[in-house]
Ligand binder design. Structure first.
Ligand SMILES: [Mn+2]
Length: 335
């Protein structure tokens, strides 16, 4: 059996995958061999979580580049085929566990455990465990529970996005033996930015173009690495919507969109997810994600088309995209 998680997997995806793997092994008395398929590997903080909680023993093998052959497939915390990279082509009859507002993998899944109201996949996985195991006390190892706490904390931005159901799950995880403060310490150890990340952030800021829609500030930049970090910087600087174009030699282009929850609330629709989907459809790629964080993959990026789609997307919402200062992103990423 294979468990697939999205590229550069975050703690929610990784915790959910290990917990499901544990559950399946438990229910089949260890007879099921499980491979974790993590295209392009795990995010640094997820690797730290796996190490600190000693989770490796819950899967039999890990793939990140070898050819994968699996009879049963579970896809976790993944919103679109593009997030699985080259593995998307081998998907069939899969079980999907996910919570993203927009998910294009739902259509062709065989079994669906999908709840866009949940703030994390870890919450859904915990509910599945509860249903299948009945009384959980003593049966689930504390490191698995702690991993799920990490997953929830990460996806809810330390519970800022949590709702009543999230708190109920969290309370149960702690009561059953999950270690809340250890989970916090795993996630929150400050990492020093390395040299290349600092360069990427500064380049991203230097190349940024400045636009507005209504009274929202939109910033577009072009950067080949550390996109999330660059976008966070731009949002911190005051952008309402920040978009990074990341072109990789012979490997297509990723468009990453970030906005704030305040903007999503004000607009009243899942901006990033919908914009990503529209860009994907219009640029012969695929896109999806959350209301405030989403991504698109396209084979061939054309700045002209991109701006056109962006303009018509906002226009369809009654908003006009205006240029304040085009910046340098076009000459770097114009294609
Ligand atoms: Mn998630």
């Amino acid at each position: 059996m294979c468990i697939f998680i999205h590229k550069n997997a975050d703690p929610d995806a990784v915790a959910s995958a290990y917990a499901i793997s544990y559950l399946i092994k438990y229910l089949t008395s260890g007879k099921t061999l499980i491979s974790l398929v993590a295209p392009e590997g795990l995010e640094a903080v997820s690797r730290k979580m796996v190490e600190e909680l000693n989770l490796k023993k819950y899967v039999d093998s890990e793939y990140s580049s070898d050819d994968v052959n699996c009879s049963y497939q579970v896809v976790i915390d993944t919103a679109s085929a593009s997030q699985l990279g080259r593995y998307s082509s081998i998907l069939r009859d899969y079980l999907l566990i996910d919570h993203h507002e927009v998910n294009t993998l739902v259509e062709s899944a065989r079994i669906i455990l999908y709840d866009p109201k949940r703030r994390s996949s870890s919450e859904i996985v915990f509910e599945v465990m509860k249903r299948l195991l009945g009384r959980l006390r003593g049966s689930v190892p504390s490191e698995v529970l702690t991993a799920l706490i990490c997953g929830i904390l990460y996806d809810t931005k330390y519970l800022r996005l949590a709702d009543d159901a999230t708190f109920e799950v969290m309370a149960k995880l702690i009561r059953l033996g999950g270690d809340y403060s250890f989970a916090l310490s795993i996630l929150s150890s400050k990492k020093e930015l390395d040299y290349s990340e600092r360069i990427a952030r500064i380049k991203g800021a230097m190349r940024a173009g400045l636009y507005k829609v209504g009274d929202l500030i939109v910033v577009i930049t072009c950067i080949g690495a550390y996109e999330s970090s660059v976008l966070k910087l731009l949002l911190d600087a005051g952008a309402d919507i920040a978009i990074a174009i990341a072109t990789r030699k012979n490997r297509g282009t990723r468009i990453i969109i970030r906005t704030t929850n305040e903007v999503v609330e004000r607009l009243g629709f899942p901006l990033a997810a919908e914009l990503a989907r529209r860009l994907g459809e219009s640029m012969k790629g695929s896109g999806g994600g959350h209301a405030s964080a989403a991504g698109v993959y396209v084979e061939e990026f054309k700045a002209e088309t991109f701006i056109k789609v962006l303009t018509s997307f906002f226009k369809s919402r009654g908003l006009t995209l205006k240029v304040i200062d085009e910046g340098r992103w076009l000459s770097e990423c114009g294609g």
